[in-house]
Write a protein that binds this ligand. Structure first.
Ligand code: SAM
Length: 469
């Protein structure tokens, strides 16, 4: 018999677990694991402590920095025994900020960590699959073709840098380690011009000031540079003097844009752009195709590995030239256009209007006539296309980190393509979505292939092919 608790009856007091460590406590421990965020793990009676800049296998003196009821955070006070996987030439600013949270690991160990992470997630989901070794870069620094650098006032002057991990405290930085060094130089030059003309930086607390971020994008092959000044205000004081100075000192600049973002938000770009000088896009090349890229459009940040990634995805799709293809989350049309001459037709869907405009412009620019791009939410368009009776042979999906929706997966499966090529930037959502595709009658074909699009960071890109049973 189950007896309910009667009114007034005393609640049994929940026993609250007491953490076995306290703030500022120091002790020696061995690092036994690495979290997905790149922190070392040590345990005190099974209680986990996450330690920044700690490598598995190392013996360290830990200093506790924060304690919660289920876990604690710590820092390395002293390394007692180092790991052979430690990178001793680490750029400490890149570690202290969120720029490069894996930079303390040697590159080989980073690649293994990424492979193991995907394998572990599949295994937890009871999906039996082989994850191939991560394809890495020969020179895994200075690769990013885009910077979005916050500007804040420090000691009365506009300062650029990066926020310390988990905070909005700006750390002044000039060498961003993983960015194209030409972009780093441009950021310093623009910062100094803005300082010279006393343009105020954004004050996040009082929601005042002008310059929130400086975004720079540079074409890897074209060397065309776009400078975007993201402002809280509608006006940039002294713009008529500042803009000519920027283009004079930075000859690669072909586009200077003001992006207005008046919201109290962590989202960097607003919706309104004003071309202050030059073109509204820059151009760059992938394989033999030219791409126009606007300020709000997604473009892969690592142009060197992007070519590897796209080639791999196209090869794994085993295209014959006769396929009708859907490119869901098509961005500026990079995947659609790079596979266009290997298939009958491609239909892309993308939610950012500027990116769809760029994709259409890019099809014209490259004289590609068998692609079509539609504006909309992939999850809604796919359902509509399925209801209209569309029967693609292959579907490519390349979603943002949150992955696919169940509606999209069901609609994609109901269209019964022979293959679904899943390009993922988040293994956790990849694994979740693959489980649903399996329930819908698809199985993984061959290996899951990680490609290191983001060296020195914890982000992981991979290609998985699903085949209809
Ligand atoms: C990882 S990017 C891939 C873009 C492109 N395939 C490429 O490689 O350049 C994801 C894209 O999905 C778009 N996006 C985000 N949510 C979307 C949605 N619900 N429906 C359609 N597109 C979406 C983003 O704007 C972005 O362009």
């Amino acid at each position: 018999m189950i007896v309910g608790r009667r009114k007034g009856q005393k609640k049994e007091k929940m026993m609250k677990k007491k953490a076995p460590v306290v703030k500022n406590q120091e002790f020696d421990a061995e690092v036994i694991d690495l979290t997905y965020q790149g922190n070392g793990v040590v345990k005190v009676d099974d209680f986990p402590v996450f330690v920044t800049n700690a490598v598995p296998g190392e013996k360290i003196r830990v200093g506790i920095t924060k304690v919660t009821s289920n876990y604690a955070f710590g820092r390395v006070v002293k390394t007692i025994e180092s790991s052979p996987n430690r990178n001793h030439e680490v750029n400490t600013a890149a570690l202290t900020t969120g720029i490069a949270p894996l930079a303390h690991l040697k590159y080989d160990a980073q690649l293994k960590f990424k492979q193991q992470q995907i394998a572990e997630l599949f295994s937890k989901q009871h999906i039996d699959v082989n994850v191939a070794p991560t394809i890495g870069m020969e020179n895994p620094t200075g690769y990013r073709n885009k910077a979005q650098i916050p500007a804040r006032e420090i000691k009365g002057q506009l300062t650029t840098g990066f926020f310390r991990r988990g905070s909005h405290r700006l750390m002044p930085i000039e060498d961003f380690y993983i960015q194209d060094p030409e972009i780093d130089k441009a950021i310093v030059i623009i910062r100094d011009i803005l300082r010279k003309f006393h343009v105020p930086a954004y004050d996040e607390i009082h929601h005042k000031g002008v310059i929130r971020n400086i975004m720079v994008r540079r074409g890897y092959y074209s060397h065309e540079m776009m400078v975007v000044l993201v402002t809280r205000s509608k006006r940039i004081p002294g713009a008529n003097i500042i803009i000519p100075q920027i283009k004079e000192v930075l000859p690669e600049v072909t586009s200077i844009i003001q992006n207005v973002n008046q919201d109290k938000t962590n989202v960097i770009l607003g919706d309104v752009n004003h071309v202050l000088w030059g073109n509204k896009v820059i151009k760059d090349t992938l394989f033999d195709k030219t791409f126009a890229i606007g300020p709000n459009s997604f473009y892969q940040v690592n142009p060197q590995t992007t070519e590897i990634l796209y080639k791999l995805a196209a090869d794994k799709a085993e295209l014959t030239g006769n396929e009708t293809v859907i490119d869901a989350y098509s961005g500026i049309g990079t995947i659609s256009l790079t596979i266009a001459d290997k298939v009958k037709s491609v239909l892309g869907v993308e939610v950012v209007p500027g990116a769809v405009d760029d994709a259409k412009r890019n099809a014209d620019l490259n004289n590609v006539h068998n692609v079509k791009f539609e504006l909309g939410k992939a999850e809604e368009k796919m359902v509509a296309w399925q209801q209209d009776g569309l029967k693609p042979d292959v579907i490519f999906v390349d979603p943002p980190r949150k992955g696919l929706t169940t509606e999209l997966i069901d609609a994609a499966s109901a269209m019964a393509p022979s293959k679904i090529v899943y390009i993922s930037c988040n293994p956790a959502t990849l694994v979740r979505d693959v489980a649903q595709f399996k329930e819908n009658g698809y199985t993984i074909k061959g290996d899951v292939q990680p490609v290191d699009q983001f060296p020195q960071t914890t982000h992981i890109e991979s290609v998985t092919v699903l085949e209809r049973n």
